[in-house]
Design a protein around this ligand. Structure first.
Ligand code: HEM
Length: 462
């Protein structure tokens, strides 16, 4: 059911915005490390320390930052559920997440156990604080949640649970690398060897996949003028994916990389996951293709790129389950590249071009007690041409990174394309922020010239 968004419940601008500023910064850091890797002669495989570092620059620095910020913004507006103490939660979680990600990634590259210990402390603090603040809000405001917000809340709750499992596994593995705890020789076994697989599966198919799907049920119909998602999908996709992940975990599928003797529950669960996301990608692609406003905007292209990547990743995932010996290491890198850079980063990058201009416009409006002609329109904060230019650089980077999984010499041009994309995104956000700050100054000057009674600002202005 299509719902109205309660923008008057929007938290202060800085609550979400500081997280969004992490996106171009960590994209650029990823480009620098991958360019360095491209110039070095070490193998471009999933276990290369630089690849592990970039995997977390992207999953924590870009995706977690954007999604935690977006959740603090979208939850109150779309479901009337407020995160506890947003003005304290936001800076604390942001600082711990940013510094924790830098420590974890540097720990991988320098193989320095102390940095892994610092990462464990900071990342544990960041995610515990965030998950408690959201869960507290979900419980406190459960009676005031907006009608029809059930479908987004089911996906958000399950995504949060998947995040907790991913983070728990990640902290355990980082603690092992930091020497905080160890696994006696007798206890070590296939389970330990397979933990990274389980960690990644819950991280990408659980948290990232479910959160993007859950938020898309809201933002695609509203911002892309499409039909709403089929009720059958919004009611069943998230619980089904979570159930399949639980079957994969409990059936021990992750203990041995896909093997010819995988059991039926393991094969069924893994194929079911690939099929579920294939159906979601095709449905979203169809909704975007038949949307009421035919001319695609830059955000539409980002969603298209995300859905094509997810569709290819689902087919690749299914192939990997049934043909596990077919080029395993190339398949793993390609799957990670399509899911992280192709699907998740595209969806997040696209959503930023809707959320950021709207947030700046909304907060400028909140500062003026009356309509002021010089307040820019939403679309004037970031022009379509600038957003499209960045999309082209992003798409080139994704295609080159996918090709680099087969032809590693393409890693350097891919890293350069990513650097251009990150630079263009930073310029677009910086220009929008400058326009907002200039507008705020003009509003303040205008109000200063008005008689006191007329100048009272609108509620919620900060
Ligand atoms: C608190 C947060 C996290 C910590 C401390 C953490 C820690 C780790 C560690 C230590 C490894 C290396 C495993 C090994 O020892 O071989 C790893 C691998 C990995 N992690 Fe995380 N991680 C975290 C969050 C995430 C999230 C949220 C995602 C994705 C959504 C993610 C994706 C990955 C990927 C893709 C790998 C590469 C392993 C592979 O190729 O299988 N991590 N993580």
């Amino acid at each position: 059911m299509q719902r109205a968004l309660a923008f008057d419940r929007s938290p202060a601008l800085s609550v979400a915005f500081r997280f969004f500023l992490n996106v171009p910064a960590f994209l650029m850091l990823s480009a620098v490390v991958l360019a360095w890797l491209g110039l070095s002669d070490t193998a471009y495989t999933r276990w290369n320390p630089a690849v592990l570092a970039v995997a977390h620059f992207l999953t924590l620095g870009v995706l977690a930052s954007a999604m935690l910020g977006a959740m603090m913004q979208i939850l109150p507006v779309a479901t009337h559920i407020h995160v506890l103490q947003p003005r304290i939660t936001s800076p604390v979680v942001h600082a711990c997440l940013t510094l924790g990600t830098l420590a974890l990634a540097t720990g991988f590259i320098t193989v320095n156990p102390t940095l892994h210990v610092v990462a464990v402390i900071l990342l544990a603090a960041a995610f515990t604080f965030f998950i408690c603040a959201v869960t507290g809000g979900l419980i406190r405001d459960r009676h005031q949640r907006s009608p029809g917000s059930g479908e987004i809340l089911v996906a958000v709750r399950l995504a949060l649970l998947a995040l907790a499992i991913t983070v728990g596994l990640g902290l355990f593995m980082a603690g092992l690398r930091g020497g905080l705890w160890s696994v006696g020789a007798t206890q070590a076994g296939a389970w330990l060897h397979g933990l990274p697989d389980l960690h990644v599966t819950w991280g990408l198919a659980g948290w990232v996949g479910l959160l993007v799907a859950g938020i898309s049920y809201q933002v695609i119909p509203i911002f892309q003028a499409t039909e709403i998602y089929p009720r059958l999908m919004t009611d069943t996709l998230a619980p089904l994916v979570f159930l399949l992940l639980a079957v994969l975990t409990l059936s021990g599928a992750w203990q041995a990389s896909p093997s010819l003797d995988a059991t039926l529950p393991q094969l069924a669960a893994a194929s079911g996951l690939a099929l579920a996301y294939l159906i979601y990608a095709v449905t979203t692609g169809y909704l975007l293709w038949t949307r009421k406003r035919p001319a695609p905007e830059p955000t539409t292209w980002f969603w298209h790129a995300g859905m094509v990547s997810l569709l290819l990743a689902s087919l690749l995932g299914a192939t990997r389950v049934w043909l596990p010996t077919l080029a395993p290491s190339t398949m793993e890198m390609l799957l990670g590249t399509l899911l992280i850079a192709g699907f998740a980063v595209s969806a997040v990058n696209g959503m930023l071009y809707k959320i950021i201009p709207f947030l700046l416009w909304h907060n400028a409006q909140r500062r003026a007690p009356m309509a002021l002609p010089f307040i820019p329109k939403v679309r004037q904060f970031i022009s379509e041409r600038d957003a499209l230019r960045q999309f082209v650089a992003h798409a080139c980077a994704v295609v080159l990174f996918a090709a680099a999984c087969m032809v590693p010499i393409l890693l350097l041009p891919a890293a350069l394309a990513l650097a251009v994309s990150a630079a263009l995104l930073s310029i677009n956000i910086a220009r929008a922020l400058r326009l907002y700050l200039n507008t705020c100054q003009r509003i303040a000057r205008t109000l200063a010239q008005l008689p006191q009674a007329t100048a009272a600002t609108r509620p919620g202005a900060q």
